[in-house]
Ligand binder design. Structure first.
Ligand code: GLA
Length: 376
């Protein structure tokens, strides 16, 4: 009997190893640099069978580069970023980063849970933005590599301690980046807590599908699956209204060039200095649904985003002003990248008509977003 168990064990080990060897998505690990306080940062390069490459560092879970093919099979980097760790530490406008605990803004940095008031850093004029002074974009994540039959994953873990950046509860966070052979990157977010807290995790890559970061993104054609968006006040906090997009510059129900209406004289466009708003996605369910797409005709690259989140912040790089040095030639100019940040609504903890962002002990935060590339 014992022998049978032993043979079974050998068979299992053999099968698992074979799955590892069969995986056509590989991971290479290389030294990226040292942080100002002496931590060694590594870059993990996921590469699929076709040639797509996604590089992630253990600082901020940042996607530092993402190479996708154009219609002539040329692979080019399509995300903005830096070529060194110190720029990521000192001047990053969230290029490629994981964002938490609360992605987007919380009015005046204040919220309450069960009648207890909490105060967060006001790091965006009078509001709280993207988790505070040292959000998840600036912490060091533990990374594990996992291989599957036709994909490979990086499992990033971080424990955010009780009251870190002012948020209650010890929060266990896991983010899994999976690259497969269909040119899809799936980002899964998981979290649990020991005290009731608020959570809103997202990914802040700035895309420029042309692969030429000296060009702006105004010719990209964008589609967003949303009949309404959240108007904001002059400090970019949603007013609480859900406004229909029809007959406004916010209508992306049919593919439209980003540049078509971006200069319109419209109060909401003026507040954002372009698009910097959350769209209310149609048909919000637990399943992945089509959220948005962007197409660049000069290269033929098409990016489609699927998610089970209720909203997407579509931001058109309006704060880029030419002062940041590119990882290649030149500087990042105004609107040279755009972000598709799938998420819960901004300021949800203070806006009771918005979907709840609270997480209680015993519950699991589970969200997922898929970025799919193809060419036309
Ligand atoms: C988000 C915000 C923008 C801006 C960027 C980072 O997209 O909505 O207002 O802060 O992050 O620069």
């Amino acid at each position: 009997m014992k022998n049978i168990y032993f043979l079974l064990l050998l068979f299992l080990i053999f099968t698992c190893e074979n799955i590892n060897n069969m995986s056509l998505v590989t991971i290479e690990k290389q030294f990226f640099g040292e942080t100002l306080d002496g931590n060694e940062i590594y870059e993990y390069i996921l590469k699929n069978e076709k040639g797509m490459e996604v590089s992630v560092i253990n600082y901020g879970g940042i996607i530092t580069s993402w190479k996708a093919k154009d219609r002539d099979d040329n692979y080019q980097d399509i995300v903005l970023g830096f070529d060194n760790i110190n720029d990521y530490e000192t001047k990053n406008p969230y290029f490629g980063a994981l964002i938490g605990r609360y992605g987007n803004r919380i009015a005046k940095g204040k919220f309450s849970i069960d009648d207890k008031n909490y105060t967060l850093a006001t790091n965006n004029d009078e509001n709280h933005l993207h988790g505070g002074l040292k959000g998840f974009d600036k912490v060091i994540w533990n990374i594990e590599e996992i291989f599957h039959e036709s994909s490979a994953s990086l499992v990033l873990k971080y424990i955010s301690s009780d009251m870190e950046e002012g948020y209650p509860g010890n929060l266990n966070v896991k983010v899994i980046y999976t690259l497969n052979n269909n040119d899809e990157l799936i980002v899964k977010y998981e979290a649990d807590t020991d005290k009731t807290t608020i959570v809103n995790l997202t990914q802040h890559s700035y895309f420029n599908l042309s692969g030429d970061f000296n060009q702006d993104i105004l010719n990209h054609e964008v589609k967003i699956n949303a009949d309404s968006f959240l108007p904001v006040d002059s400090t970019l906090i949603p007013t609480g209204e859900k406004r229909e997009v029809f007959d406004t510059p916010f209508d992306f129900l049919q593919p439209k060039k980003i540049g078509r209406d971006i200069e319109m004289d419209n109060e909401q466009i003026n507040y954002g200095n372009g698009y910097d708003h959350c769209w209310v996605l149609n048909k919000h369910t637990d399943e992945l649904q089509f959220v948005a797409s962007a197409y660049d005709d000069s290269s033929g690259r098409l990016l489609e985003v699927y998610s089970n989140q209720p909203g997407i912040q579509f931001y058109t790089g309006n704060f880029l002003d030419g002062s940041l040095k590119s990882k290649y030639e030149g500087n990042y100019k105004f609107r040279s990248g755009f972000c598709f940040e799938t998420q819960n609504f901004p300021n949800s903890p203070n806006e009771h008509s918005f979907p709840s962002a609270s997480l209680r002990p015993g519950e699991k935060y589970l969200t997922q977003t898929k970025f799919k590339f193809s060419v036309k």
